[in-house]
Each structure stands twice: as structure tokens, then as C-alpha cells.
Write a protein of this length. Structure first.
Lengths: 267, 272
């Protein structure tokens, strides 16, 4: 397939990339507009950023969002790893497939269904809507992706590694912490990062289960955007874009490094 | 000996508990609760009225239009994504380009929707362009066009990714073989490339179609409530009119539709 791209193909790809990135750069560009609108660029200003950092309410919301994301990703990763190890230990493939299908339900379910059903669940269980309901929901919808990212790593690990460790006198706990976990670490990292981005990205589920008084960034942006344009959001999105880019770069390097140092696999 | 095996099995099951708890509480229970609530009317009496209501023209029309929009969004995404994925596999550094396609999908959805409010607004860039070309100002925001455009924009990376993977896995010698045997480029595409990447296409359609049925944030921000999808209806019933029963009934149908779609687009090799 070594043939070069024709000019038309190149133009097509360039167009796609332009369309994909234009809205983002558009937001960034107007975040520096002293005119206060998303048209008619009057002049350069950092005013919106200053305003952003003086808005304590918004800063608290940012903090909430980060706390929810980190906590939910951490707990989801722990439960997900446990789940993946459990699924791998199943001997019957029928049981394995059943659990895997159940695992994937929340991945394919539309956000609205997850949100609505969790709302019913929390109401019936008597959990007050707010921080804990949002945290529990985020943990819940992040677990399956962790399982899916850890499981392949477990499956490519050669069972002889565990046998060898057992023969050499390692306890079950040693096997887990000194053999299995280090081996599947790349999968765990990938799962943690995915859970983090799921949580940071989520709007619909949070929108359903957050009561009055607690808000995450997505929900806040939604209510601001419904009221119309305010360049604070642009400034905020610029900062988020930079953070996202950093996360992507970190994620990219972690997976790259991990790929190079893989060892002891079946492949 | 037996005792040790038993003990092993028990200790194995004990550490599995959090995961099993998660499955029962957050996967199985919510679905059952939705089903349970769908049998209650707004006053909390047991009844089938919600199902009767669902089969009235109002709701059927809404379901149909929701399907139509989801179909359009999926179709257009596929039409744009397939050539993009195909050309991407032919670039040097294709993994890097793919990463660049995925990056925008990591930007918060709300921010992208918000950007389009600015772009498509009355004085926005899009209208500025239309005026410069001589067409003049148009109402772009709050139309079907803006809704479909923004939806396709948001879903396109999810369509490109599985198709790219399918194309990337394809054995290049097959193309040489087709070429040697005198197949035209169109013939090669229709008989070799497309069938081999069908799994990727199916996955892509699945991950776009189901969310497209249930969009509710875009219908409010971009379509200005002109478009009502199944998702919008559920949100409306749960959070605005507080008629959880009717909302659950629509959700039940959405779940059924979801399983049907997964069944049709099934036999995938891998998850996600």
C-alpha cells in the first residue's frame, strides 16, 4: 500500500482536521477578546482569566470536579482490577461470558438511562443527592472500562509465571503483589486514566444525580451556556484544553514506555 | 486436602465481593428498577397506562423522528469517517495522526457544544462567511442542520477509531492479490476491503447510533428544543414533569432498542 496520497486526499484530511480543531481554537481565540462576545474581536485582554480566578464559586466547582474524578477513578480502578482478576479465574467460559456481558452493560447503555436509573436507585436507597451520589455514579460507570483494559493484560500473562512463583514458595498475597500486579500495571494505569477522563467528561449522568447545591464543571457549563455566551467559559475551556492536552501527552508516554518494557508475555 | 480447596474457594470469593456487589447494585438493580417504575402512573398507582400512552401517535412519532435523526447522524458520520480512516492508514506516522483525531473527543462535550453556539450564532463566524460569499445571514442555530452537524462533529472520532483499526489489521497482500488478479480499484474496495472492515463499521455504527438516540443536551443547546429525541423525552419526564413512570417506560423501550441494535451489529471480536 506504499502509494502516496493524492492531493485531493490530502486536502480532504486537512479539511477534516480543520473542522475537528476549529471550534476548540475558536473558543481559545475569543477567550482573549476584550469585546466580550464571540464575534468582533476588539482587542487582546486577560480580563476573563482574571475574573475566572476571582470567581470562588467556580473554583470550588473545579475543585469538586477534580476530587470526584480522582476519588472515583481510584476506587473504580481497585474494584475493576479485583473484577478482572476474578473474571480471569473463572474456569467455565459460559460464566465468564455472562459476567463480561453484565460488565459491559454500562458501557453501551446511553447516559440518559444510566442517569435516570441511578436517580431511582439513590432515591429508593435514601441516599441524598449531592457529593456521594455523584461519586458513587462515577465509580459505577468507570468500573467496566477498567476491567476491559486490565483483562487483556491478565490474559496475556503466562500462567507459568504464577506456577513458578508458587513453586518457589510465594504466598498467594506475594503472588498477587509481586507477580500479578506489577505485570498488569500498564493495564491498571490505562484503566485509571480512562476512568479519570470518563469522570471529567461526564455530563448526562451527573446532571441526573446531582441535587441542588452540588455541581460539577460540566453541569455548571451547561447552565451557563443555556443563559448565553460569557467569555469566562472560553477562558475556562482554554485552561481545560491545556490540561487535557497534558493528560493526553502523559497517557501517550506511559503507554509507549510500557509497550517497550513488556516482558514475560505469551506473545 | 478437601478443606484446603474449600478454603481457597471461599477466600477467592471474598475478594470478589466488591465487584459482585457493583454488578448487582449498579448494573442489575437499576434495570429492574426502571422496569418496575414503568408500571406506575404519575400518582403512584400500579397501571399499564404508560405503555398505552407510548403507543399513541404522539410518542410513536417522537420515537420515529428520534430514529430518523440517529439514522442521519450515523449515516453521515460513516460517510465522512470511512474515507478519513482509509486515508489515515496510508499516512506516515499513522498512530500519531490517529491520536490527533482522538484528542478532540477528550475535550469536554459541553465546551464543544458551547463553541458551536458562538460559531453558528446570528453574528457568528458561519454567518460572517455566508455574508461574505453573498448568501446573506441565515438562521443556523436552532435548526435541524446545526443539530446534525454538531452531532456528527461530536461522534466522528468514535466512528473513525474502529474503522481505522479494522483497516489497519487488514493484510495488505490481499490487496496485491486482488490487484494482480485484475480487479479494478472499485472492485477491490467492494469485494475485499469493505467486507473485511465490516466489523469495524458495525462497531462504529453501534457506538454512534445508540448515543445519538439518547442525546438530550445538544437538543436543548443547539437545536433549541426543536428536536425531541428519546433521551430528551426521558430527561423531561424525570427532571421536569417528575413523571418517573412515563420516563421509565420510554427508557424500557430505549433499552430494548439498544439490545436489538447490539444483536444486529453483534459478533464483534472485541469489546468497546
Amino acid at each position: 500500500m506504499g502509494n502516496k496520497l493524492s492531493p485531493i486526499s490530502k486536502a480532504f484530511l486537512v479539511l477534516i482536521f480543520l473542522i475537528l480543531y476549529a471550534p476548540i481554537f475558536f473558543l481559545v481565540f475569543y477567550s482573549f477578546n476584550s469585546g466580550g462576545t464571540m464575534y468582533d474581536f476588539k482587542g487582546f485582554t486577560m480580563e476573563w482569566y482574571k475574573e475566572l480566578f476571582q470567581d470562588t464559586r467556580l473554583l470550588i466547582i473545579v475543585l469538586n470536579t477534580l476530587v470526584i474524578a480522582l476519588l472515583s477513578a481510584l476506587i473504580a480502578t481497585i474494584i475493576g482490577v479485583i473484577g478482572a482478576i476474578g473474571i480471569r479465574s473463572f474456569t467455565s467460559s459460559k460464566a465468564k461470558n455472562t459476567v463480561l456481558s453484565l460488565n459491559n452493560v454500562l458501557i453501551v447503555s446511553p447516559d440518559v438511562i444510566i442517569g435516570a436509573s441511578f436517580l431511582i436507585l439513590f432515591t429508593m436507597a435514601g441516599i441524598k443527592l449531592g457529593f456521594y451520589s455523584v461519586l458513587l455514579s462515577h465509580i459505577a460507570f468507570s468500573i467496566p472500562i477498567v476491567v476491559l483494559l486490565v483483562l487483556p493484560k491478565l490474559q496475556e500473562m503466562s500462567p507459568t509465571l504464577i506456577d513458578a512463583a508458587r513453586d518457589l514458595g510465594a504466598s498467594r498475597w506475594d503472588v498477587l503483589t509481586k507477580v500479578i500486579l506489577p505485570y498488569i500495571l500498564p493495564g491498571i494505569f490505562a484503566g485509571f486514566f480512562m476512568a479519570l477522563t470518563y469522570s471529567l467528561d461526564d455530563f448526562a449522568v451527573t446532571f441526573f444525580v446531582t441535587g441542588n447545591g452540588f455541581s460539577t464543571l460540566s453541569v455548571e457549563i451547561y447552565s451557563l451556556a443555556r443563559r448565553g455566551i460569557s467569555l469566562n467559559i472560553n477562558a475556562l475551556s482554554t485552561l481545560l484544553f491545556v490540561v487535557t492536552l497534558l493528560l493526553v501527552v502523559v497517557y501517550y508516554f506511559i503507554t509507549q514506555r510500557v509497550r517497550q518494557t513488556g516482558m514475560g508475555g505469551k506473545r | 486436602m478437601m478443606g484446603k480447596v474449600m478454603k481457597n474457594r471461599i477466600s477467592r470469593n471474598i475478594y470478589f465481593i466488591p465487584y459482585v456487589l457493583w454488578i448487582s447494585l449498579f448494573v442489575i438493580a437499576p434495570i429492574l428498577l426502571i422496569l418496575y417504575y414503568s408500571f406506575f402512573d404519575i400518582e403512584g398507582n400500579l397501571s399499564l397506562i404508560n405503555y398505552q400512552k407510548f403507543f399513541t401517535p404522539v410518542y410513536l412519532k417522537m420515537t420515529l423522528s428520534s430514529f430518523w435523526y440517529a439514522f442521519l447522524i450515523t449515516g453521515i458520520s460513516l460517510l465522512v469517517a470511512y474515507p478519513t480512516a482509509y486515508l489515515l492508514t496510508k499516512t506516515k506516522h499513522k498512530q500519531l495522526w490517529l491520536l490527533l483525531i482522538i484528542v478532540p473527543s477528550w475535550i469536554n462535550l459541553l465546551l464543544k457544544a458551547y463553541a458551536f453556539i458562538g460559531i453558528f450564532g446570528t453574528y457568528g463566524v458561519a454567518n460572517g462567511f455566508l455574508e461574505a460569499v453573498g448568501i446573506g445571514k441565515q438562521q443556523i442555530l436552532f435548526t435541524d442542520f446545526s443539530f446534525i452537524f454538531v452531532s456528527v462533529y461530536i461522534f466522528i472520532p468514535f466512528m473513525i477509531l474502529p474503522i481505522f483499526n479494522a483497516l489497519d489489521e487488514m493484510n495488505p497482500t490481499l490487496l496485491d492479490a486482488a490487484n494482480d488478479l485484475g480487479a479494478s480499484r472499485w472492485m477491490t474496495f467492494r469485494r475485499v476491503i469493505f467486507p473485511l472492515t465490516l466489523d469495524g463499521v458495525k462497531t462504529g455504527c453501534q457506538v454512534v447510533f445508540i448515543p445519538a438516540l439518547s442525546l438530550f443536551m445538544l437538543t436543548r443547546l443547539i437545536a433549541g428544543n426543536r428536536v425531541i429525541t428519546l433521551g430528551t423525552a426521558i430527561e423531561q419526564h424525570f427532571l421536569v414533569t417528575q413523571d418517573w413512570g412515563m420516563g421509565s417506560t420510554i427508557a424500557v423501550f430505549l433499552i430494548i432498542i439498544m439490545f436489538l441494535i447490539m444483536f444486529v451489529t453483534g459478533n464483534r471480536k472485541q469489546g468497546v
